[in-house]
Design a protein around this ligand. Structure first.
Ligand code: ADP
Length: 517
């Protein structure tokens, strides 16, 4: 990928570049901080939640179940943020489905898997909290009406040592968001305002968070971060939060300006898997009231995405729970494999980026036969073929012609790959021992997906403790009245998150924020 320089204009939009500087900029920002004594509140609640994804809705449900008056603010015209457009894959260490299928797992193995992918910089106490509460989070969503595929073996996602991922019935995060938002809206004392954008925190004389300023009838204009500065839509309202505010505003994978400031390799026009409202503004406001930033420049790319569809699309399902398992990925220039298709996301994205840096349009191709697809995702095959991100060919010669792959090399790679599966020794260390000799079948059809790593999950964010309290960079203690959960927080996943752990993280810490506020 080609590097782009950061313009002075981009940098000025923030007043400060990068997380560390955002903190230094805090004292300057304090000058404009709103104090409760100077504000007349329009409405009063016990708890205000910012964001209506997994984290925000779980927090709202738990707080409202305790009898609190809760207001959820969502800036977009629909609920669910990134949570509703992901693949609905939920990693739960030690789950019932694993036990039913004889899969031995433990919290310790889960943490070791996360640390390996996260390059050891994960905040382990947060992972331990996830281990303790993941099964609760699953049960809680089932209580709210979410349905999962419980009659199949758990899926085996890249970087996990064992199969531990449970998938929603409709193979989408909307399978959790829809019932969860209906549950939340029915709870007495709970309100959800869409098109209402949180703009600022209101603090008391001790620096504790006691309310927010938001705009109702806000219209997101897709101009991303500049919407904070230039978008003047909506009317200002002041909301008091007697017990505090839970920030669950998600990540910044779609924020063309901020993500590039953190990782200049990401082009402004790079398609992301995120919804367009995944911007950094709300997180930056938390830094201005003293929140401690962690790991902001670790941005994860999804190595299973396709350049032949926009956004998250259907390719991630078809590769992760399909072609990357019994199938393989090849460098089209050589016809050779170039990675362990089941490695963690960072390892695979780096391997794909290497090819694309050398030859910007030589998208690698994932290839496999029908046996590669997990039973539960077979219905998605038609979707992939219909939207064009997946193609089907009868012979390997046709595959080679379609992608301009050297034919004989491709055939040799398939044969070598299959031999590795038979002997249990894969050249890239793929865990093929458990494949029962199954690889790419000798007879077509062959299913193919071109690959491009898309910005997917932003690891960094606010430092929280095990109770989801936001830690102050000034005192190293919790900021009174400020809690956070989900992708807006940092530390849990370290350098790179394992697939299907976001759902676990967001729901677990969302629940905890609602329970502990
Ligand atoms: P998570 O997975 O961490 O729950 P999501 O992306 O699913 O995150 O949800 C975050 C939600 O927060 C999105 O729907 C997004 O539109 C919303 N959001 C982000 N910034 C604001 C803001 N300033 N005011 C209100 N809602 C916001």
């Amino acid at each position: 990928m080609q590097n782009e320089t950061i313009s002075r204009r981009d940098a000025l939009k923030f007043g400060a570049v990068g997380a560390g500087l955002a903190m230094l900029g805090a004292s300057e920002a304090m000058a404009s901080t709103l104090f409760a004594k100077d504000v007349k509140f329009d409405e009063e609640y016990d708890v205000i939640v910012i964001g209506s994804g997994f984290a925000g809705l779980a927090a709202a449900a738990k707080a409202a179940e305790r009898g609190y008056q809760v207001l959820v603010l969502e800036k977009m015209g629909r609920v669910g943020g990134n949570s509703t457009i992901n693949g609905g894959a939920f990693a739960v260490p030690n789950n019932e489905l694993q036990k039913k299928h004889g899969v031995k797992d433990s919290g310790e193995i889960f943490i070791q898997d996360c640390l390996k992918a996260g390059l050891g910089i994960n905040h382990v106490e947060l992972l331990e909290t996830i281990v303790k509460r993941a099964n609760d989070a699953l049960e809680f969503t089932i209580k709210c009406g979410a349905k999962y595929q419980m009659d199949v073996k758990p899926a085996w996602f890249g970087g996990h040592s064992v199969p531990r991922t449970i998938t929603t019935d409709n193979m989408s995060g909307s399978g959790i968001i829809k019932p969860l938002s209906e549950f939340v809206e029915k709870l007495p004392g709970c309100k959800l305002y869409k098109r209402t954008k949180f703009d600022e925190f209101v603090i008391n004389n001790e620096g504790g968070v006691v309310g927010v300023v938001a705009r109702v009838d806000y219209r997101f204009d897709g101009k991303l971060l500049s919407d904070d500065i230039e978008n003047k839509t909506g009317q200002k309202k002041f909301y008091k939060a007697r017990k505090g505010v839970i920030l669950a505003s998600g990540g910044f994978g779609a924020d063309k300006v901020f993500r590039k400031l953190q990782d200049p390799r990401i082009r402004e026009d790079a398609d992301a898997t995120n919804h367009e409202g995944a911007t950094a503004g709300a997180m930056l406001k938390a830094f201005q009231v003293g929140a401690m930033p962690v790991h902001i420049d670790w941005i994860q790319f999804g190595p299973w995405a396709s350049p032949d569809e926009r956004g998250f699309g259907v390719a991630p399902l078809l590769t992760q729970q399909g072609l990357f398992k019994f199938g393989m990925a090849v460098d089209v220039r050589t016809g050779k494999r170039f990675m362990n298709e089941l490695a963690d996301r960072k390892t695979r994205a780096d391997a794909e980026f290497k090819i694309l840096r050398e030859a910007p349009v030589a998208y690698p191709v994932a290839i496999g036969t029908y046996n590669a697809f997990d039973e539960q995702i077979k219905p998605a095959i038609e979707k992939g073929l219909a939207n064009g991100c997946m193609k089907k060919y009868e012979t390997l010669d046709q595959v080679a012609t379609a992608y301009k792959i050297p034919t004989e090399e491709l055939k040799k790679s398939v044969a070598k790959y299959n031999e590795g599966i038979k002997s249990g020794m894969d050249e890239f260390g793929k865990p093929v021992k458990d494949f029962n000799g199954q690889g790419i079948e000798s007879k077509g059809p062959y299913y193919c997906i071109r690959l491009v790593p898309k910005p997917h999950h932003t690891m960094g964010g606010l430092k929280i403790n095990e109770k989801a309290q936001v830690i102050s960079a000034n005192t190293l203690k919790p900021i009174p009245g400020l809690f956070a959960a989900g992708e807006v927080t940092g530390g849990t996943h370290g350098a790179s998150r394992l697939g299907s752990v976001a759902v676990t993280d967001c729901l677990t810490f969302g629940m905890i924020a609602g329970e502990s506020i």
